[in-house]
Design a protein around this ligand. Structure first.
Ligand code: SF4
Length: 423
């Protein structure tokens, strides 16, 4: 029997797409290979958000060449976020470059006879889930926001939203199958709308599905974060008090150049409103340092914001020019060393604020969902999306466990499982 192997780079959306690809490959007769060496078909799901991610795919080529000398029938497919200009270069290395939105047509494109998928939208394909007890459920795909640094609107196309009914039935099945953490995914979940159902309404409908599970979502755009959504988050008991709210910069001029469509004052007001309704919320952000012509003074505004907001976590990226985006026309004048320094500065502030926040959990008993087991330790996330490590039995993976927190670092907590009443 022919075997397939999937390599996924990038975000949770790519992970989720790979689960749908796996389903199609299995339906056309492939079986999952445990190692890349045993595969007759290798699918790479790539990410173009940063040049380093693209380079990693180029880096696979020598390995593929070696594998092809050993297995003459080996075929390779490239999908995911691929820039137009990279497509031509990759065409030399891959047998097929296929668009993920064309997934229903893949059997035909791969010249598989007597198999047809009679669906239009690839999101209708039932995935082969691979992250138990965490289930990733896309609610939309693509983006129409055109932030000036971002490739997504070009590589994934404009936003399409999935029918609510389809989303709900996928989640009901996941809950039935024992999944305990459901992630609603989209490039901008806040702009979800299908017929008259918007995102807050959808959250409420997911919350109403019977069962013991948590709901999380990503990504959020501050410009679309409504009061109605804050209300829904506060009222829905399964929606966890965790939010990633990308700010990208603390400076209004840089935000304008990024085409983010909000001012930093709006962002701060939004955080204030969210914290008023959900005081214990864990807040993380995404930020880019060294955007074209970002002056020291403008960077200082991001420093001030970090000190003021006191994030629990931040994903700090050094600006990397991406072909085809509006920002490529701007002058990338911040030297690499300076970008690194700005990243270090923000990381230092984050370390302090995150440690203070994490220390508050010491001696508390919290509910954790372990999903990984390494060297006799279970690792998982808490309701508040804090990483927790504790000694325990492997068979606790996928079960809610009560853990007493005994120590904290800026990046996580450690504890011991107990049988006391949970918070
Ligand atoms: S909202 Fe902006 S950063 Fe996010 S995917 Fe869309 S264009 Fe990219």
């Amino acid at each position: 029997m022919n075997k397939y192997f999937i390599i996924t780079f990038g975000c949770q959306m790519n992970k989720s797409d790979s689960e749908r690809v796996a389903q199609v490959l299995e339906r056309i007769g492939y079986k999952k290979a445990s190692k890349i060496n045993g595969a007759d078909l290798i699918m790479v799901n790539m990410c173009s958000v940063r040049q380093s991610a693209v380079d990693r795919v180029f880096g696979l080529q020598s390995k593929f060449e070696k594998l092809k000398t050993k297995n003459k029938k080996l075929k390779t497919i490239l999908t995911g976020c691929i820039l137009k200009k990279d497509r031509k270069k990759f065409a030399k290395y891959f047998d097929y470059i296929l668009n993920i939105r064309d997934l229903p047509k893949w059997p035909k494109l791969l010249k598989i006879k007597n198999y047809e998928l009679r669906i239009k939208n690839y999101l209708e394909i039932e995935p082969k889930y691979s992250s138990f007890p965490v289930g990733y459920v896309p609610i939309s795909a693509g983006c129409t926001n055109f932030c000036s640094y971002c490739v997504v609107p070009y590589t994934r196309g404009s936003e399409i939203c999935r029918p609510a009914e389809e989303i709900l039935s996928e989640i009901k099945q996941l809950v039935k199958d024992g999944y305990k953490e459901i992630w609603l995914l989209g490039q901008n979940v806040n702009s979800y709308i299908f017929q008259n159902i918007n995102f807050p309404r959808l959250l409420t409908m997911v919350n109403d599905i019977p069962g013991d599970f948590w709901i999380r979502f990503t990504s959020s755009h501050p410009k679309d974060f409504s009061d109605e959504l804050i209300g829904a988050m506060a009222e829905c008991e399964k929606v966890t008090p965790y939010l990633n709210l990308p700010v990208q910069s603390g400076d209004n001029e840089i935000l304008r150049k990024m085409n983010r469509n909000y001012k930093i004052e709006d962002y701060k007001k939004l955080v204030k409103k969210i914290r008023k309704k959900i005081p214990e919320i864990t807040l993380s952000t995404d930020v880019i340092v060294g955007f074209p012509e970002e002056t020291e003074k403008q960077f200082e505004n991001t420093v001030k914001l970090f000190k003021e907001i006191k994030y629990d976590m931040a994903y700090i990226a050094q600006y990397s020019p991406r072909p085809g985006t509006a920002a490529i026309k701007m002058i990338d004048n911040i030297p690499k060393e300076e970008k690194k320094q700005r990243e270090r500065t923000l990381t230092e502030i984050l370390k302090e604020t995150a440690l203070i926040k994490n220390k508050k959990y010491i001696d508390k008993t919290i509910k954790v969902l372990p999903n990984e087991y390494k060297n006799s330790f279970l690792i998982g996330k808490s309701f508040h999306y804090k990483t927790l490590k504790f000694k325990g039995n492997k068979n606790l993976i996928g079960k809610f466990v009560k853990v007493k927190v005994i120590d904290a670092t800026p990046w996580g907590l450690s504890g011991k499982s107990i049988k006391e009443k949970c918070l």
